[in-house]
Design a protein around this ligand. Sequence first.
Ligand SMILES: Cc1cc2nc3c(=O)[nH]c(=O)nc-3n(C[C@H](O)[C@H](O)[C@H](O)COP(=O)(O)O)c2cc1C
Length: 236
Amino acid sequence: MAGITDGNFCLKLAPYGFDMVTLGGYNADKPTMEAGCSIIQRGRQEFDIDEENLLSSIKKEANILKTSWKGTVSVNLRSVSFEPIVEVSKLHEIDVVEINAHCRQPEITDIGCGQALLYDTKKLYNFTKNVVKRAESKVSVKIRANVRNVNDIEVSKAIEKAGADYLHVDAMKPGYNHADYNIIRTIKENTEIFLIGNNSIHDLKSARDMLSAGADGISIARATLKGSVPFDLSQV
Ligand SMILES: Cc1cc2nc3c(=O)[nH]c(=O)nc-3n(C[C@H](O)[C@H](O)[C@H](O)COP(=O)(O)O)c2cc1C
C-alpha cells in the first residue's frame, strides 16, 4: 500500500505467518514520480522518493526485513518504462519485483501506467517479457479484475506467456464487499501460473474461500492497516 508498507510496517506483520511481504508501491521513473507528486497534492498517501535515491531507499527498507526475517521480499513498482524495474531486481535484498498493472489513480493511468496496461494486452505482454528477460529476481504482475472492457483471461494468459512467476489478482467485485471468487476460479482454470488471490480477506472464511476458488496463495492489504492480522493465518 503506497505510503504505508515500508520496511518497518512489513516487519511488524511478518511474524503473523506471511511467507512474502510487499514493499511499496513505489513510483520508479520520472513520469510516475511526477504523477505521485500530483497525487500527494490532492491528499493521498504516496512514497515520495526521487529517482536518484530510489534504489538506496528500497535497499534500506528491504534490509530492515532481511536482517531479522527469512521470508520473501517483494516490491511493487509503477513505471512507464521497464528498465527501472529491472534495476530494482538487481538489488540482492529483493526477491520479487512486482509490475503494478493495478493502480487506477488517473495521474498514473493518464501516462499509460498501472491499470492502463490492462487495456493493451500486447503492451502488457511486452513490458512483462522485457522485465522477465532481464530481471535478477522473480517477477510478479499485479492486476485488478473486473475492469470494464478488459478481458481478465486474455490478460492473465499474456502475463503467463511472458514468463512471470506470479500473477497477483485483486479480485475486486464492484458493488460488493467480498472478492469475486468466480474470476479467481476462471483464471485458475485457464492458466498454470502461481496465482495470488487478493481482495477483502479479513477472516478465516474469506481466506479459505479464496484458496477454495483456486488461488495458490492469498494477500491481505486493508485488514493489516492496524499492524496486525485479525485472524490466525496458520489455521487457513
Ligand atoms: C491506501 C492503499 C494504498 C494502496 N497502494 C497500492 C499500491 O501502491 N500498489 C498496489 O498494487 N496496490 C495498492 N493498493 C491495493 C491493495 O494492495 C489491495 O490490492 C486492495 O486494497 C484490495 O485488497 P484488500 O481488500 O486486502 O485491501 C492500495 C490499497 C490501499 C487501501
